[in-house]
Write a protein that binds this ligand. Structure first.
Ligand code: FE
Ligand code: FE
Length: 260
C-alpha cells in the first residue's frame, strides 16, 4: 500500500461533499451551553443499552461519518486500521485498545442523535468560539453569541481551570468517555475525551483554559492523532485474521458488557 501523505488528509477546501460543510453548519449553530448540559444529563445515567465492545462495533458497521472528508469506509475498518497502525509501531496494549474503541461513541447516532451532535471537531461551549475552529463563520447563528456571559475568551470559566471543568461541544468523544471512564487508564480516557478537539491539539487554541494535567495529557492526544488520521486507507483490510488478537485485547481490559 502506498503511504498517503499528511497533506492529503482533512482537505476541507477541496472536499466535494456538502455533507461535510452542512454537518458543521448544523453543529456550530446547535452546540450551545444549554444543549450540551441537557445532553450530558440525558446520557449520564447510561441507560440506553447494554452491549459489549464487539456488538457496539458491529452495530456501527456501515455508518459513514458525514464530518469526515477522508474516508467512506466503515467504522469497523477505521477502528481496526487505527489499532493496527498503533500495534505496528509497538504502542502499549492499553493505547492500541484506545485506538480500537475511540470512535464507539458514534453509537449516539443509533440512539437517534443527528450527526451534527455526534461527529466533527469539538470545542468548548460557554466562552468565545476560537478562530481556529473549522467553519468558524457558522457560529454567527449560534444563540450563545448573544449571551454576554459567554462573550469573552474565558466566558463562564476561570483562566487555567482545567478542561475537566469545561463543557465541550456534545459528541462521540464526551459520550464514550462517560461509558469507559471507570475501566481505562487515565491517559486512555483522556485521549477518548479530546481526540476530536482539533482546535487545541492541532491548532494550539484554548491553552488559557488548560492546567498542568491537561498539558501533560495532551502529549498522548497528540501522539494518538496521526494514527486516527493517517491510518485511513481505502485498501480493504482483512478483518477475520485480526479478530482473535483484538478479542483477547478487549477481554483483557474491559468487562464483557458495558452500560451505554
Ligand atoms: Fe472520532
Ligand atoms: Fe477516528
Amino acid at each position: 500500500m502506498t503511504t498517503p501523505q499528511p497533506s492529503q488528509f482533512r482537505d476541507h477546501a477541496n472536499t466535494p461533499f456538502d455533507r461535510v460543510r452542512d454537518t458543521y453548519r448544523l453543529n456550530h449553530e446547535g452546540q450551545t451551553l444549554d444543549f450540551v448540559l441537557a445532553k450530558k444529563r440525558d446520557y449520564a445515567p447510561l441507560k440506553r443499552a447494554r452491549l459489549g465492545v464487539w456488538d457496539a462495533l458491529l452495530k456501527l458497521e456501515g455508518f459513514i461519518d458525514n464530518s469526515d472528508p477522508d474516508t467512506e469506509s466503515s467504522q469497523v475498518t477505521h477502528a481496526l486500521q487505527t489499532a493496527e497502525a498503533m500495534r505496528a509501531d509497538g504502542q502499549p496494549d492499553w493505547f492500541v485498545l484506545t485506538g480500537l474503541v475511540h470512535d464507539l461513541g458514534k453509537m449516539l447516532c443509533l440512539f437517534g442523535e443527528p450527526q451534527w451532535a455526534v461527529v466533527g471537531d469539538t470545542f468548548p461551549v460557554g466562552c468565545d468560539f476560537a478562530e481556529e475552529i473549522i467553519y468558524h463563520e457558522y457560529f454567527a447563528n449560534n444563540p450563545d453569541r448573544k449571551d454576554p456571559r459567554m462573550g469573552s475568551q474565558n466566558g463562564i470559566y476561570e483562566s487555567g481551570c482545567g478542561l475537566d471543568a469545561v463543557h465541550m461541544s456534545w459528541g462521540h468523544d464526551e459520550y464514550l468517555y462517560m461509558v469507559l471512564k471507570n475501566y481505562l487508564p487515565e491517559a486512555a480516557s483522556y485521549v477518548i475525551r479530546y481526540h476530536s478537539f482539533y482546535p487545541a491539539h492541532t491548532n494550539g487554541a484554548y491553552t488559557h483554559l488548560m492546567n498542568d494535567r491537561d498539558r501533560q495529557m495532551f502529549e498522548w492526544v497528540r501522539k494518538f492523532n496521526p494514527y486516527d488520521l493517517y491510518s485511513k486507507s481505502p485498501d480493504p483490510l482483512k478483518i477475520e485474521p485480526l479478530l482473535p488478537h483484538y478479542r483477547k485485547l478487549v477481554d483483557d481490559h474491559l468487562p464483557p458488557i458495558l452500560d451505554w
